[in-house]
Design a protein around this ligand. Sequence first.
Ligand SMILES: [Zn+2]
Length: 245
Amino acid sequence: MISEYICNLCGTQNQVDAGTNEKVPGPLCSNCRSSTRFRKVAYLVSKHVFGGTGRLDQDGDCELKGIGLSDAHPVENCMKRFSNYENTYYHKEPMVDIMQAPSVPGVYDYLISSDVFEHTPPPVAAPYHNAFAYLRKGGKFILSVPAQPTGTEHFPDLSDFQILETKEGHTLVNATKDGKLEVFNNLRFHGGPGSTLEMRIFSPDQVMSLLQEAGFSKVELATDLPEEFGVSDIRGLSSFWIATK
Ligand SMILES: [Zn+2]
């Protein structure tokens, strides 16, 4: 069965053969290679930040000031049309370490963080508090994180740790706060080893609590699946949130 969707990041009309569906997180846009996750984030940014129809590629430039945390290329390339948007990185300029509080708080109208918070070291609540701090009152936080009904913290006592490369693969060695040595194998990296170690899987209840405890006045779980943008299959998708300061 052939179905069609419009990529809301680049405007390309795509055809998907459901019989040969690309595996999760596909299907990818034939032009900009956006995944379902990127198109869902674009949909939420368009609707909840810019007041648009969900087609981020058609939204006009505006004064709103925003940042992305390592937004992926298809998202970044579309967002670059918005003059007050800046993508930021953990490892290069312009640099934002979301584990640190902003030096000047309360200046951004929106912040985008898509599948980043599963990679931050403990404490798990810190990036939620810092995201809140970056925003002005009324600012929007568009968040996605991998979530399952039961969340898991892979390394709950992480303190002084190193990731070692061995013949068998990668090993995490941790000295806990009370001096106990821990060794973990079978590490999960997203997008290749580096700073992309999966530290945890969230549960939706946990994300809700973390956003509320950070101080957000309104927290919504975005379950809508805009099929017209090729977001119709929830298998393997993250959970998506709009939080308002
Ligand atoms: Zn596209």
